[in-house]
Design a binder for this molecule. Structure first.
Ligand code: NAG
Ligand code: NAG
Ligand code: NAG
Ligand code: NAG
Ligand code: NAG
Ligand code: NAG
Ligand code: NAG
Ligand code: NAG
Ligand code: NAG
Ligand code: NAG
Ligand code: NAG
Ligand code: NAG
Length: 726
């Protein structure tokens, strides 16, 4: 069904244009939560960035004392192959074959263990290098051993409205001010330093201030390397090279130095521009550290440090970088969704929830607006196991962009489904022998290759995600272009979903699995069949795919409908839904199954009511999860997902409590704390928080009243520019 022109215009307005008389004082609310520090936090940086690039700073506004990372969406490298192995061995790699209902299906795990390990660790995401202040002995030029404890009056703040980070502190009696901003269209920072110590000759001081650049080695075996990335140890100096390139003296591009960093086959260029003439020298022939000093007497220096994978001919100047930050951030805050929970609310919890929302909105744009789906720790570090991205987490990382109406940011990465379509068709049909469809990878990198690992290959809840992203895009842009753009992805996604479902002649229904892994990854894959959440998601997804074909005016493939209407019923044990069909009756008391993501509450919460879902049973199931699950072993998006289940059940008080659960914490700058088994930051938690709060504030299909997810009393919720959840 097509919308009338009038409705279309109305929807378009709702989804993309803000009322010019926006009632919320956005600037006041954003400013209220300005992060500030008086000392470095040893585990999280203060960050600036643009979604494809981010720079993490200690209290000096740089990476002077703590080597927080400079990360990008494009900075990847491969380690050397194991000795005596060639790239041919990589191309030849074949994993094991497991039976899927009597048919052998080949996966990317097992087989050649050396190559399997290399494929897991490669490519890996690099730290582009660090930038910090260096304190030199004025007379000898030797580096003085200065630590943070030698500084005083340290104050740092991050202006969220402009993306400008300001740090001020004193060394002995001299003040040093550092202002750092990130470019918005390129991977560059501007750094302005104001201090008399830059100009030692006019003062009688023993210390001269300079800037250092340093480049670490990184390899894919560095797992759980948070909070830092890369290795600066001298033992690894010879594993990589850096070279100070000659700059043409006739160049008027403002470029004053360029350093080539080579790690195995990957090359990275760091280009330095400066407001004053600088002298860049290598600290020693073997180290990868360089010192920058102004050549003339000055109290101020403005540098631009630009990171690239090809040698740039020009880089922006510091004013341009700073202006781009101001413009982009102001546009972001003004031209997308906004929630004011605070003004007029009497509930004391509103303040902390508002803080989490504002800081998460900032950090999502810095870390989770890449050209590819983000990794769990965004551009802060490589804290999670893989350094890669996980397509099943993509929903939690990025679906909130749809509800908050940040389509430009979402489209950077949602195009991944187009880019990965060919390899996913090959995975499904050529490698695994399914008659049709595309099977999306789980853990992957910009090439779309599926990383080895049983779970990586046997998880299935990543499969329906594109159907949901497409649906949201159509709701915001109900146009033929949107229908056409997603048509192939939808067709092949649903094709594989329908052929993966296996017709069971003894029960006359379509089964999901075995083999497969459930959301919580904690059941045995060869016995896991008909898991409740995945069945519901399959029905929901196939329904969206059918509706898409109808909107396109095309026939709905009969396989989709047959499967959707004859999928196995959701498994029920003793009055509640069960993780999967045939799981032990008393699984609610078995520690093996009541840890980790409680997807059972997603049946009605994360998902809307799906065909065949009994709301009474779903509610009993959610309540049983709330009462019995081992939450000490839950993390991140589990808590917003629990809040969404509470909200859909009109348990609004609980919904708020889940969002503020003691095990779901955000630090002083809004970094989502990981968990027992999970490094910090764990950004799916932030994305889920924004998804849940948008849903609770703006509502969902069929919800009633204003801010239906928030308690009736104590809360005054104002939402602007948000879209409803499905
Ligand atoms: C930092 O110091 C200032 C001034 O001494 C103080 O007002 C502020 O509360 C401190 N901030 C933090 C985060 O400790
Ligand atoms: C790493 O190697 C793989 C396999 O040869 C290749 O497809 C990929 O492009 C390489 N990536 C990088 C960043 O070099
Ligand atoms: C290198 O690999 C070949 C073929 O796998 C093997 O025959 C040879 O012994 C290996 N050489 C070394 C030094 O490991
Ligand atoms: C699953 O079954 C396959 C045979 O199809 C077997 O090779 C594999 O070891 C089994 N895995 C587990 C975890 O039982
Ligand atoms: C630098 O000073 C700190 C304490 O001020 C000390 O722990 C450290 O060992 C010193 N480092 C060097 C290289 O002297
Ligand atoms: C550094 O910043 C502080 C606070 O903004 C200011 O009071 C001081 O004058 C600045 N110092 C210099 C050298 O600009
Ligand atoms: C560094 O290079 C050496 C010599 O090639 C190699 O043996 C070693 O494994 C490398 N170290 C790391 C951490 O990559
Ligand atoms: C640059 O620094 C080096 C090392 O400190 C010094 O030898 C050289 O004279 C400096 N060059 C200029 C032009 O200042
Ligand atoms: C439809 O399903 C049947 C039975 O699973 C399968 O043989 C056939 O290839 C499927 N057709 C398509 C287009 O997926
Ligand atoms: C069935 O559920 C009831 C009520 O929650 C509980 O008391 C009973 O122990 C359960 N039975 C089994 C076999 O788990
Ligand atoms: C839902 O389940 C409850 C409890 O088992 C049952 O009483 C009710 O009839 C079911 N509702 C529907 C529509 O099947
Ligand atoms: C939700 O509960 C409130 C009372 O807490 C009630 O006023 C409201 O009507 C309920 N809404 C729905 C949709 O059931």
């Amino acid at each position: 069904m097509f919308l009338s022109r009038q409705n279309f215009y109305h929807l378009f307005l709702l989804s993309t244009v803000l009322p010019t008389n926006a009632a919320i004082d956005r600037h006041a609310l954003v400013s209220k939560y300005t992060p500030s520090r008086n000392a470095s936090n040893p585990s999280t940086p203060m960050q600036i960035g643009n979604g494809n690039f981010a720079f993490g700073a200690d209290v000096t506004g740089l990476q002077t004392f703590l080597p927080f990372a400079t990360m990008s969406s494009w900075g990847w490298k491969n380690d050397s192959l194991p000795s005596n192995r060639t790239i041919e061995d990589v191309y030849k790699y074949k994993g094991e074959s497991w039976y899927n209902h009597g048919r052998l299906v080949q996966y990317d795990f097992g087989g050649d263990p050396e190559i399997e390990q290399w494929l897991t660790a490669n490519p890996n995401r690099v730290n582009l290098g660090s930038v910090g202040l260096v304190f030199l002995d004025t007379h000898t030029g030797v580096v003085r051993n200065i630590t943070e404890s030698n500084l005083s009056d340290m104050h740092q703040k991050l202006d969220l409205w402009t993306g400008i980070m300001s740090s001020s502190f004193s060394f002995n009696d001299s003040s040093i001010n550092v202002t750092t901003t990130s470019a918005q269209d390129t991977s560059a920072i501007s750094v302005t330093i104001v201090s008399s110590l830059l100009s030692p000759h006019t003062r009688n001081t023993s210390t001269r201030l300079g800037i250092f650049l340093d480049f670490p080695w990184a390899d894919g075996s560095q797992k759980f390397s948070a909070p830092f990335v890369g290795n600066y140890s001298s033992a690894l100096f010879s594993n990589h090279t850096t070279t100070l390139l000659n700059i043409s003296s006739s160049s008027d591009s403002g470029i004053q130095a360029q350093i080539l960093h080579q790690m195995v086959d990957a090359v990275f260029y760091t280009t330095v521009g400066s407001s004053t003439k600088i002298n860049v020298t290598r600290d020693s022939p073997v180290a990868h550290r360089y010192t920058i000093l102004p050549r003339t007497e000055t109290d101020t220096i403005s540098l631009v440090i630009s990171y690239n994978d090809v040698l740039p001919n020009e880089i922006p100047d510091a004013i341009t970088v700073t202006q781009s930050s101001i413009d982009a951030w102001e546009a972001y805050w003004m031209n997308s969704g906004f929630i004011d929970l605070l003004t007029g609310s009497t509930d004391p919890r509103a303040d902390e929830l508002q803080r989490r929302i504002i800081l998460s909105r900032y950090l999502m744009r810095v870390n989770e607006a890449e050209d590819n789906p983000p990794q769990e720790s965004g551009l802060v570090n490589d804290g999670w196991v893989s350094l890669k991205f996980h397509m099943e987490q993509y929903f939690w990382h990025c679906a909130h962009w749809a509800l908050w109406n940040n389509w430009e940011l979402l489209r950077r990465s949602s195009s991944v489904y187009d880019r990965f379509l060919q390899t996913s068709l090959i995975r499904a049909q050529v490698q695994q022998g399914w008659p049709s469809g595309a099977r999306w990878p789980k853990m992957t990198d910009p090439s779309g290759r599926s990383s080895p690992g049983e779970i990586n290959n046997l998880l299935i809840w990543e499969q329906p995600h594109p159907l949901v992203f497409a649906e949201y895009e159509y709701r915001a842009f109900p146009e033929q272009d949107t229908l056409d753009k997603w048509a192939e992805v939808i067709r092949e996604t649903a094709n594989w979903m329908s052929v993966f479902a296996w017709f069971n002649q003894s029960t006359n229904v379509y089964d999901l699995g075995p083999p497969m892994y459930v959301v919580a990854e904690d059941t045995s894959p060869n016995v896991t069949i008909n898991p409740a959440f995945e069945l519901a998601y399959w029905r929901f997804g196939l329904g969206l795919a059918e509706a898409w074909m109808e909107k396109l005016g095309e026939d709905v493939p009969t396989n989709w409908t047959k499967v959707k209407e004859n999928l196995a019923p959701l498994p029920i044990e003793n009055g509640t839904y069960a993780v999967y069909e045939g799981i032990e009756t008393d699984f609610w008391t078995d520690p093996a199954y009541i840890n980790d993501h409680p997807a059972l509450v997603g049946l009605h919460g994360w998902l809307p009511q799906t065909p065949g879902l009994n709301l009474t049973v779903a509610k009993l199931t959610a309540e049983k999860v709330w009462a019995t699950w081992n939450f000490s072993n839950c993390w991140g998006w589990d808590f917003p997902m629990l809040a969404m289940s509470a909200a859909r059940n009109n348990e609004t008080e609980n919904a708020v409590e889940w969002l503020l659960h003691p095990l779901f914490q955000f630090d002083d700058v809004g970094m989502p704390i990981g968990g027992v088994r999970v490094p910090t930051p764990y950004f799916p938690g932030s994305g889920a928080l924004l998804y849940a709060t948008a849903m609770m504030a703006q509502g969902w299909d069929g919800s009633e009243g204003k801010a239906p997810g928030f308690p009736r009393s104590g809360w005054n919720v104002q939402a602007e520019g948000l879209s409803m959840a499905l």
